[in-house]
Write a new protein. Structure first.
Length: 600
RNA sequence: GCCCUCGUAGCUCAGUUGGCAGAGCACGCCCUUGGUAAGGGCGAGGUCAUGGGUUCAAGUCCCAUCGAGGGCUCCA
């Protein structure tokens, strides 16, 4: 919807036109270049080229400069609708364009190779010396691109048509705006985003660590990060207990047989660490917990009376993500999942599925997460038997069930093809990292492959065997991705209940060290995470340190406080509350913790 | 995995055309006893990611490996 609007906007035309101007500039410098596609995207545009030689960041400046020259020429963008034959002649030495023309002519494929509903006309856009196969739209003249409101941002590799079996092209990203101020604002926003990047804050706040000798994608949790993970785990246990879950524990390793039965080895093998072999038996570290939970469900005959059965575990899983896919805490190779599997009868499905959605909503409200999209991830016919379990009837049936449940529950969602799990459709909750990369945070999945593979069943009211449905869910994602996200969401300033250090006691002179130690130990007794800064620094420096570590409460103690047995409070936001009793302060802290409140 | 870029002290970064490895912060010791975001002095800290190569001489140039970053592909 919003996309349609963008495609009709002036900004879209400016960016699209800037892409053409950039392509012209690149061709001016490197005439042998083969050019492919160059669409507008969020915040800008890109163009993919096959260049005769790699280019560098300095080349971008050169290209930018040339672009400004072209812009100042005031060249008009002229559209012509032409025949396929004419197009082939114009682009005779541009193989990628020829492939695009063929797609347009034959199947009616768009520039990404996806089928189009209607066979499109073939059009070209021309300005100055540059002609591109293009459906538009563009601005009328190059002069409508503000030469001070665009910037070439980066060089990247990109596969032709997004297929890793194809050739790697060189992509140049640019950003373009109507006015120079908007560009300035956008660049400033990027700088701000970098400051809240969880990789930077994670280091500064001593939350986690990657060590070369441990390995890529294998985070070490520092004491501060462990506090956060533990608090999330407490939250999950509390909420899941209320929602009727039972906790289980399962090993990290399993024999090959289990993953053959589960279908992971046929469908998921490339994301699994290779097996270790002992006494002729292969063992795998688990990429998911489900097969073991299925075993627990299947451990004895089940009656409809005990359904739904909800088995929960913060399970540790290992997935071999390709090296280039790793991304701080957001994409790692070892992870602890807020996992659970719900086994239910078909008529219980909607209630159970929506129960999970309710859980999400509660969590998101608690964290104040507002920018997210629920995505119904569907299978793709072409992937059946390869990426997806080969049973189209059940795919369509379960996709309908999920769609209906969401519609009945009045929960907004979007539908996307070819994003399902191999065993069924799912609702993914999509979020964005500080630098704008999209991730699936939480997920709620249907599994219809379970019954076939694990022979799971329960005895129904009529005394007959019936196959349960299984819901896989992880509302709190994995510790890694959740904490990575929360670091950015809070910009490191965690609410009191999550803050690794909740209170720092700061004596004004070392004459108050004893009093400070006493106050700290009383707070600690009361279950508050507190430290006392008894070092030789001046109070100002100590406050600065505490501020930088984003400690929610600083208790500042001078001679006055010690004498009248009170405390003075400085909060992370800079506000103060002086000369209150320790009891009053403690009540405040305990209240924030107990309510998991966001305010200080 | 692929394309491009980058690896200098715990952290952030300087380091000229190849010519004796530097700063600030953090750390240790000393002085300072200061009322809400950095008081001062001294000191310690480096196989310049790792391994090869070119050169009289390599942090600097070349190759490989490992790791990180921006993308692509893939995903919680």
């Amino acid at each position: 919807m919003a996309e349609e609007k963008y495609a009709e906007s002036k900004l879209y035309r400016i960016r699209h036109s800037a892409a053409h101007v950039m392509a012209q500039a690149v061709l001016d410098f490197y005439p042998e270049t083969q050019y492919t596609i160059g669409p507008p995207v969020e915040n800008g545009f890109y163009y993919d080229f096959e260049l005769p030689a790699p280019i560098t960041a300095e080349d971008l400046e050169k290209i930018e400069k040339r672009m400004r020259q072209i812009i100042s020429g005031g060249h008009l963008f002229e559209k012509k609708v032409i025949s396929g034959e004419a197009a082939r002649q114009i682009f005779a030495n541009q193989p990628y364009k020829l492939e695009l023309i063929e797609g347009l002519e034959k199947g009616g494929l768009d520039e990404y190779g996806n089928p189009l509903d209607v066979k499109p006309e073939i059009s070209i856009y021309q300005h100055d010396t540059f002609t591109d196969l293009c459906r538009g739209p563009h601005v009328e003249s190059t002069r409508q691109i503000n030469p001070s409101a665009f910037k070439l941002m980066s060089i990247a590799g990109a596969y032709w048509r997004g297929d890793e079996n194809n050739k790697m092209l060189t992509r140049i990203y640019g950003t373009a705006w109507e006015k120079p101020d908007e560009l300035k604002q956008y660049l400033a926003m990027l700088e701000e985003a970098k400051k809240r990047d969880h990789r930077k804050l994670g280091k500064e706040l001593d939350i986690f660590l990657f060590d070369d000798e441990v390995g890529p994608g294998l985070p070490l949790w520092m004491p501060n990060g462990t506090v956060i993970a533990d608090e999330l785990e407490n939250l999950a246990k509390e909420m899941e207990e209320k929602a009727g879950y039972q906790r289980v524990r399962t090993p990290h390793l399993t024999k090959e047989d289990l993953f053959i039965r589960s279908g992971h080895l046929p469908y998921y093998a490339e994301s699994m660490y290779p097996p270790m072999e002992l006494e002729g038996v292969k063992y795998y570290v688990k990429p998911m917990n489900c097969p073991m939970h299925h075993k627990i469900f299947g451990a004895r005959p089940r009656s409809y009376r005990e359904l739904p059965i909800r088995l929960a575990e913060y399970g540790t899983c290992y997935r071999y993500e390709k090296s280039g896919e790793l991304f701080g805490l957001m994409r790692v190779r070892s992870m602890q999942m807020n996992d659970a599997h719900i086994y239910c009868a078909e008529e219980q499905f909607e209630q159970e599925f929506m129960g999970v959605i309710d859980l999400y909503k509660k969590y998101f409200e608690l964290f104040g997460i507002e920018k997210f999209v629920m995505r119904l991830s569907l299978h793709a016919k072409a992937g059946l038997g390869k990426k997806y379990v080969d049973n189209e009837r059940l795919w369509i049936k379960t996709e309908d069930m999920v769609r209906r449940a969401m519609l009945n529950g009045g929960v907004p969602f979007v539908e996307v093809q070819n994003e399902a799990a191999f065993y069924g459709p799912k609702i993914d909750v999509q979020i964005w990292s500080a630098i704008g990369r999209e991730f699936t945070l939480a997920t709620n999945q249907v599994d219809f492959a379970v019954p076939e593979r694990f022979d799971l069943k329960f005895v129904n009211r009529e005394g007959a065997d019936e196959i349960p449905l299984c819901i896989h869910r992880a509302p709190l994602s994995t510790h890694e991705r959740m904490i990575g996200f929360l670091i950015e969401h809070y910009a490191g300033a965690f609410p009191v209940w999550l803050a690794p250090e909740q209170v720092r006691v700061i004596p004004i002179t070392d004459g108050q060290n004893d009093y400070a130690a006493k106050i700290a130990s009383q707070l600690r007794e009361a279950g508050v995470r507190v430290s006392a800064d008894l070092g030789a620094e001046r109070m100002n420096a100590k406050i600065r340190q505490a501020q930088l570590m984003k400690v929610p409460y600083m208790v500042v103690l001078g001679a006055n406080e010690a004498e009248s047995d009170v405390v003075s409070l400085r909060m992370r936001d800079g506000s103060q509350l002086n000369n209150i009793s320790l009891a009053e302060f403690m009540a405040r802290v305990k209240d924030r913790i107990d309510r998991r409140a966001s305010e200080l």
